[in-house]
Design a protein. Structure first.
Length: 374
């Protein structure tokens, strides 16, 4: 099988011979009905000096947000999120002397959704990272990822250390190769109701989450946070037989201090353009977990060669999964150039949103000590 365009040689809108993937109709540039010319004006009310545009990479039109000048730092969000997850990181990193760019990754929010579920493998996502770096006029970048963005960041560093000069992962440590444990393992450990397996059921979670996106965001963001009083200690997310996904994450009576209703609406509006398919692209990432294991099997045993940083909360459900304690404790064996591992007491899954000051301090400390940084 040939690698996705961009893994070896980036393909952008300006590249001769590039071709578009079959994608669902593009979402509006701003809230539904807002034309592209006014997109920056609308987003500016939320994000002030952050600029927005669209870049075609590997046949997929990606929305990107950017601020600052200097060495490039790519911020990769997770599920179910968007560029907006990094709203607290733009200004501090830009002020520290970096060019900060956060895309809506393929299938998410204001970026296009390839219609073929197989177009969401880790090789495609690494290809997007490489293609985006070059489309931005750069040869290298530091890549920072949270949740699903972390496996993309770690795998980009694994496969393309010539492009990824350093890497940071928030929440998810480097589970190599493949990014996540294969379904056969998670089914044995947690049963058929494990959330990653539930998400792989065609159309099921898609319809549940898209019925009321704002409510879905409130429920999921609160339930996974360190502020959820209903969880004495984090545990893997499972959906018992006979219940729906949202039955397991009730609507919060009030939002935690780090999340406002304006934030919830910003996420919901970012997703609105895809209508009933709002969550289908993001869920297609989960539908490639087993395939990722197959595609990346040749890299088993290889580690991260570039400088690395890991930041996590001790109330994050990810860290409660089998084997995570040992992986985190032995991280320097996977990433010999590990700068440090930062544990945030009381922090849940949404690391950079829940604890922006600590995350920003860790990132700036890491970035400014890299060769070639300001």
């Amino acid at each position: 099988m040939a690698p996705p365009a961009g893994l070896l040689a980036p393909t952008t809108a300006a590249t001769a011979g590039s071709r578009r993937l079959v994608c669902r109709p593009r979402p509006a540039a701003g809230p539904v009905g807002l034309d592209a010319d006014n997109a920056n004006e609308w987003w500016g009310r939320v994000t002030d000096t952050i600029k927005h545009r669209f870049i075609e990479v590997n046949g997929v039109r990606l929305h990107v947000a950017e601020q600052g000048e200097g060495p490039l730092v790519l911020l990769l969000h997770g599920f179910p999120e968007s560029w907006y997850s990094w709203r607290h990181q733009f200004e501090p990193l830009a002020r520290a002397g970096f060019r900060v760019v956060a895309p809506d990754q393929r299938g998410y929010a204001r970026s296009e959704q390839p219609a073929d579920p197989s177009a969401y493998s880790l090789l495609h996502l690494v290809g997007d990272v490489v293609g985006l770096v070059h489309a931005l006029g750069e040869e290298q970048a530091v890549v920072v990822g949270h949740d699903w963005g972390a496996p993309v960041a770690w795998t980009s560093a694994l496969l393309r250390p010539d492009v990824v000069r350093a890497v940071a992962g928030l929440s998810v440590p480097p589970v190599l190769p493949g990014g996540m444990a294969p379904p056969s393992v998670t089914r044995r450990l947690y049963g058929d109701g494990f959330y990653q397996l539930y998400f792989q059921r065609p159309g099921v979670a898609d319809a549940e989450l898209a019925q009321d996106p704002a409510s879905s965001f409130r429920r999921i963001l609160f339930s996974g946070s360190g502020d959820n009083p209903n969880v004495e200690r984090p545990r893997p997310w499972t959906i018992p037989e006979g219940l729906s996904l949202l039955d397991t994450v009730p609507e919060p009576k009030e939002l935690p201090g780090w999340l406002t209703e304006e934030d919830v609406q910003a996420f919901a509006e970012d997703y609105a353009g895809h209508g009933e398919h709002a969550f289908t692209g993001p869920l297609n990432w989960y539908r490639n977990i087993e395939r990722n294991q197959e595609l990346l099997a040749p890299f088993r045993g290889r580690g991260i060669e570039v400088p690395a940083l890991y930041v996590y909360g001790d109330r994050d459900m990810v860290t409660s999964m089998a084997g995570m304690d040992q992986l985190i404790a032995g991280l320097d064996r996977v990433a010999p150039k590990l700068h440090r591992s930062v544990r945030l007491p009381g922090c849940g899954h949404w690391t950079q949103q829940e604890r922006p000051a600590e995350v920003n301090a860790a990132l700036v400390d890491f970035l400014t000590q890299l060769p070639g940084s300001v």
